[in-house]
Design a protein around this ligand. Structure first.
Ligand code: G6P
Length: 611
């Protein structure tokens, strides 16, 4: 949510900022802006995406310091005025902000009474004027003014601030919204994630909550909001630049769908001993005993990560016989849940920055529970808040609709379930070895699924691109896949879609079925096979159009369904990983045919850092 980039050093800031914004655009794309400082501020801002901003800037000024922002609107509609950066009334400060100032209305009222006026509807403009007021009244340094303003402003913030009177300095401050500083030779790159940084340097420092950094060429100092000096902890990034480029694909989403054989392999790498038949998850070793003794596991997540959590529930309960509950993080955090001291929390997040998931984790930590994480982004907030966890190592996911993150999360959950099954003696060794053999074959089967379903999904997209509703049905392990398939379609093609457990269809959605309703049924050969055939018949009896995802060689459903998408046969526990692939492709091709912006669907953002 909202992308932030800043540069201070000896080079021209503008090209670094505009390219940085392009790399960050997946975080928000309703408006963008840049401030350069060279004696005076030069502010450029524009409704629309980064390209619109770039086209509107004829001749950018020359400056070696500047900040840039790409916005996902919270306060006020996307327009030029509400775009960041925002200037303070006396023109002393320019700010960009990611987060929400919850008490902004109250602060605004007070600033009004002191003569401040506002050009935008944003909470950010209130914050920059609050900083200016504190700075002027107290004759303080910008850093002190920011510290005091942070005490008055409630809510979340990641800010970069330029000060006219300190023309070589960027102040960065963080509360909940992520910020990372890239360290070059006499220059610094600041951003909300590493995407704009990796082409310049591999050395980075992640700011902690309540940190304030004072950044000048050749000088970085970090203090806490209580003014305690922090020694910057420099980490090395291992990411390669081509991992964040499209590599010949038309969209990041398609690239990421096709990367799944590799991303799944990377999730498993070094964690499976095929010969002896065991799983090793280094990140869980120290807490394994506690997990195996857990009264129950509560899985938390949002969006696609929540769907992966649902698969996790089926996996852990079936294989390790441990009770599991799956909750939306946003509900868990506000509903005063009953927790036991031997409960274990497992939070799942691709980005590691989803505000609701982080808040739910904080709540669990306050109750002294063991908190585990499954996360993709190394160095993000979630791994820093949890006691232990598993990285998915799927590589950067830039398409806003999550694809490879889901299959890697499910893969990590299979590993966790098998590890717990082994430790709790709930599965015979031979069975575990057989599952491991299937896991080893999985990347190859994912590749086969892509090859088998790519052109068929394109043909189906052509046939159904104008549908206004879709129903997705699945049972058992494939029920969460139905939810995920429907979510993919909604997110990127704006077609209304519902996912349902197939047997529940007759309790409501069946009323919607007529000859215009495409119904995607995941009907692989597993223990629900015969049951789901009956559900297909119920749809056909009402003239619905059935698109069935079936196992290779299926003959029964071929004669019943209008269309079939064949995928390789694998074990039930791994079927969701294969079955979701044609649904990702179908959503993708429909969205492309409808002319939608696949990588940046309207109103969405990749990482939702506000409530
Ligand atoms: C947003 C994204 C989804 C994602 C969800 C949770 O809504 O658009 O694709 O599934 O956030 O994100 P997380 O990073 O916590 O997995």
């Amino acid at each position: 949510m909202c992308g932030i980039v800043g540069y201070v050093g000896y080079r021209e800031a503008y090209p670094i900022l505009i390219n940085g914004l392009k790399r960050l655009e997946y975080r928000g794309y309703d408006s963008a802006g840049i401030a350069l400082l060279n004696g005076n501020f030069e502010i450029y801002k524009k409704k629309g995406n980064v390209r619109d901003l770039e086209e509107s800037i004829q001749r950018p000024g020359s400056a070696t310091i500047g900040i840039g922002h790409t916005r996902w609107a919270t306060h006020g509609p996307p327009n030029d005025q509400n775009a960041h950066p925002h200037l303070s009334n006396a023109g002393l400060f320019a700010i960009i902000h990611n987060g929400i100032i919850e008490n902004y209305a109250e602060l605004k009222k007070r600033l009004f009474t002191r003569g401040y006026t506002f050009q935008s509807d944003t909470d950010t403009e209130v914050l920059v004027n609050l900083i200016e007021e504190i700075y002027q009244v107290g004759s303080l340094s910008p850093e002190e003014a920011v510290r005091l303003a942070m005490m008055k402003a409630q809510g979340t913030l990641g800010i970069l601030l330029l000060t006219k009177e300190y023309p070589q300095q960027i102040i960065a401050a963080r509360r909940s919204s992520p910020l990372v500083i890239g360290i070059g030779e006499g220059e610094y790159f600041i951003a909300s994630d590493v995407m704009p940084i990796i082409e310049h340097t591999r050395n980075v420092v992640y700011l902690n909550d309540e940190d304030i950094a004072i950044i000048q060429p050749n000088e970085l100092s970090i203090k806490t909001s209580k003014n305690a000096i922090q020694i910057p902890f420099i980490q090395q990034l291992s990411l390669e630049l081509d991992a964040i480029e499209k590599g010949g694909y038309e969209h990041f989403m398609l690239k990421e769908i096709f990367e799944q054989p590799k991303s799944i392999q990377d999730t498993m790498r070094g964690r499976i001993n095929a010969q002896e038949g065991y799983i090793k998850l280094g990140g869980l070793t120290d807490v394994l005993e506690r997990i195996t003794q857990a009264r129950r596991i509560i899985i938390l997540g949002c969006g696609t990560s929540w769907h992966a959590g649902l698969v996790g529930e089926y996996l852990i309960e079936e294989l390790a016989r441990l009770p599991v509950e799956v909750e939306y993080a946003s509900e868990f955090r506000y509903r005063n849940p009953v927790l036991f001291e031997d409960d274990v929390i497992l939070a799942i997040s691709q980005s590691g920055e989803t505000a609701d998931t982080l808040a739910a984790v904080q709540l669990a930590r306050q109750s002294n529970l063991l908190v585990l994480g499954i996360c993709n982004v190394v160095g993000s907030s979630l791994p820093r808040l949890t006691n232990a966890g598993v990285y998915t190592h799927a590589g950067p996911e830039i398409g806003v609709a999550s694809t490879k993150a889901f299959t890697s999360q499910v893969t990590a959950l299979v590993l966790i379930a098998l590890l717990l099954a082994e430790k709790r003696n709930t599965l015979p060794c031979e069975k575990i070895k057989a599952h491991i053999q299937s896991l080893i074959r999985l990347p190859e089967l994912v590749e086969q699924t892509l090859q088998q379903t790519n052109s068929n999904t394109q043909e189906l997209a052509e046939l159904y691109k104008n549908a206004t509703n879709f129903l997705y049905l699945g049972r058992g392990y494939n029920f969460p896949v139905a939810l995920e398939g429907a979510l993919k379609l909604k997110e990127i093609s704006y077609i209304h879609a519902e996912g349902y457990p197939a047997a529940e269809m007759k309790h409501g959605p069946i009323a919607l079925i007529d000859e215009n309703m495409p119904v995607v049924v995941i009907a692989t050969r597993d223990k629900s096979y015969e049951k789901i055939i009956s559900n297909i018949q119920e749809v056909k009896a009402r003239k619905g159009k059935v698109i069935a995802v079936v196992s290779n060689g299926d003959s029964k459903i071929r004669n019943l369904a209008d269309h079939i998408l064949e995928i390789p046969l694998t074990e039930d526990i791994l079927t969701p990983i294969l079955a979701v692939i044609p649904l990702q492709l179908l959503a993708y091709y429909i969205a492309v045919l409808r002319g939608c912006n696949v990588d940046q669907p309207r109103n969405l953002a990749k990482s939702v850092t506000v409530e």
